[in-house]
Write a protein that binds this ligand. Structure first.
Ligand SMILES: [Ca+2]
Ligand SMILES: [Ca+2]
Ligand SMILES: [Ca+2]
Length: 510
């Protein structure tokens, strides 16, 4: 019995220590769980939706409150099975906060508030500027708002004030074309959404200069003597056309042609002269672009063989002409014949010069000019030569198989460097006046009108396989230097064979 009482007392104590369970939410002793995850969603500019989560369904409902600009308003009641609350006609540009409280009778949960939400109109984004033609600009933007009344664009021209509401558009519009884009001005646009008097923030373009684009890639191609063709690229529709400006050598720029239509991309000048410089300008009404790159007619060439290529040279195909070590060489093969290489372009008046050096052997070599350039299947090569050997030089011409000396045959000159050293030979041809220079020194000026134009080239006599002639730094220019009147000479025929100082028998024409 004693034990029974003890055990009963212990059971009673145990039952008293257990807390009571209130699972009726209407019981104010029941601790109602609080709503969770209270979120605000902007359905449209003037419609706000509040959502939350809640685990019990046997409550009476929820009390929703909202705070406009710091003041809580009257509660709204939402049924227990609703976990959303939608409010329409909410004002714009206000701060909102919502709170949710679960309730059952007089039992209330804790109140949970959302984050503060500012009901501003979202700004449109990514305003892009795309020039369609000389005076048309396409603008496009991204509409980020639901329920706006529309969009407005402002425009700024140069340093002027913004032109406010330059263009006004309906809801959801995202593109517009300005057909009056001022040419030659800095243009900037900004776009914003609006609802009534309320506007979003704006999104701007960068400042774009609406100048007339410059013609690009002007290039010049020589067609025939005094005729060139200009070509260029241009992508912008809407101009009136192009102007050609030309700067003759020694003169100022002048407008040379203004009758080139906007669809034209090439133009021919049949009155082109050496060193004329051209540039192109696009225009619309009286507004012009900046000038294009310049293109110059340069008659002539320069070859230093440093690319180990004799560009545009044609040789006698004998295998003796080779380019290496940045020089042009005639490697003799004891062929007892002329070796000839010429530049593949006809010139009339010019300055022609080159460095010549004898590497080994015993022979003469020359500048060849106003020649016919024929190399194969002929036994003569019309043209002039300026020939050096050792300490003497020879000026001659080959006319239909007959060779004539124009100076006193081999003439000594102390301007000539030793055999093996470089000698710089230069010829100036101006009409029939032919001037000859050795290492910068005028040695003769001769009047001869046999050949008025032709190829320029290099000549060497191949007498032995020791004969190696080196040519380098060959230049032909036109219109820079002039000659004096040449002396009249009496050309003397030299027979096919004549003597060098070395007494080697050299047939000038094979
Ligand atoms: Ca919209
Ligand atoms: Ca060279
Ligand atoms: Ca070259």
């Amino acid at each position: 019995m004693k034990y029974f009482i003890l055990i009963s007392a212990m059971l009673f104590l145990l039952s008293c220590s257990k807390s009571p369970v209130w699972d009726n939410p209407y019981d104010t002793n029941c601790d109602l769980p609080e709503p969770e995850n209270v979120q605000i969603e902007n359905i449209s500019l003037t419609t706000i939706k509040v959502t939350w989560e809640y685990g019990l369904d046997n409550i009476e409902g929820f009390k929703i409150n909202h705070k406009y600009n710091g003041v809580w308003q009257e509660d709204e009641i939402v049924a227990a099975d609703q976990h959303t609350f939608t409010e329409e006609n909410v004002p714009l540009n206000e701060d909102f906060q919502y709170s949710v409280t679960a309730f059952a009778g007089n039992n209330f949960s804790d109140t949970i508030a959302s984050d503060i939400f500012s009901n501003v109109i979202p700004e449109p984004s990514t305003l892009s500027y795309n020039r369609l033609s000389i005076n048309r600009v396409a603008l496009s933007w991204i509409d980020n708002s639901e329920g706006e009344q529309g969009f407005k664009l402002d425009k700024k021209v140069g340093n002027n004030e913004w032109l406010v509401e330059y263009s006004v558009h309906d809801e959801n519009i995202q593109t517009w074309i300005d057909n009056n884009a001022e040419i030659g001005m800095n243009l900037q646009y900004r776009v914003y959404a609006y609802y009534g008097e309320i506007e979003s923030a704006s999104t701007k373009t960068v400042i774009s200069n609406n100048e007339i684009p410059i013609p690009e890639n002007l290039s010049l191609e020589k067609l025939i003597t005094n005729e060139i063709r200009l070509s260029w690229d241009y992508n912008m529709p809407g101009i009136d056309g192009f102007l050609v400006e030309k700067k003759p050598y020694g003169f100022d720029w002048e407008t040379y042609s203004n009758i080139i239509g906007d669809g034209t991309r090439s133009w021919i000048d049949n009155n082109a002269n050496n060193y004329d410089i051209y540039r192109l300008i696009a225009y619309y009404q009286n507004i012009t672009s900046s000038p294009s790159n310049e293109a110059q007619l340069i008659i002539g060439f320069n070859e230093n063989f440093n690319d180990d290529i004799a560009d545009n040279w044609i040789n006698d195909n004998s295998g003796r002409w080779q380019v290496y070590n940045n020089e042009y060489r005639m490697n003799g093969e004891a062929d007892l014949s002329d070796a000839l290489s010429y530049y593949d372009e006809i010139f009339d008046d010019f300055v022609y010069e080159a460095d010549l050096r004898k590497l080994s052997g015993n022979y003469a070599f020359a500048l060849y000019f106003r020649g016919d350039g024929i190399i194969q299947n002929t036994d003569y090569k019309n043209g002039y030569i300026f020939d050096v050997d050792g300490q003497s030089y020879l000026i001659g011409k080959n006319v239909n198989g007959t060779f004539y000396a124009l100076n006193d045959e081999w003439t000594n000159s102390y301007f000539l460097n030793e055999s093996g050293e470089v000698n710089h030979l230069k010829v100036i041809c101006q009409g029939p006046n032919l001037s000859f220079y050795i290492n910068g020194n005028l040695v003769d000026t001769i009047w001869d009108d046999t050949f008025s134009d032709g190829f320029v080239g290099l000549w060497a006599y191949d007498g032995s396989n020791e004969d190696i002639a080196i040519y380098d730094n060959i230049n032909l220019s036109v219109g820079i230097e002039s000659t004096s009147i040449g002396r009249k000479v009496s050309p003397r025929v030299i027979e096919r064979e004549y003597s060098y100082k070395s007494n080697t028998i050299v047939p000038i024409s094979k």
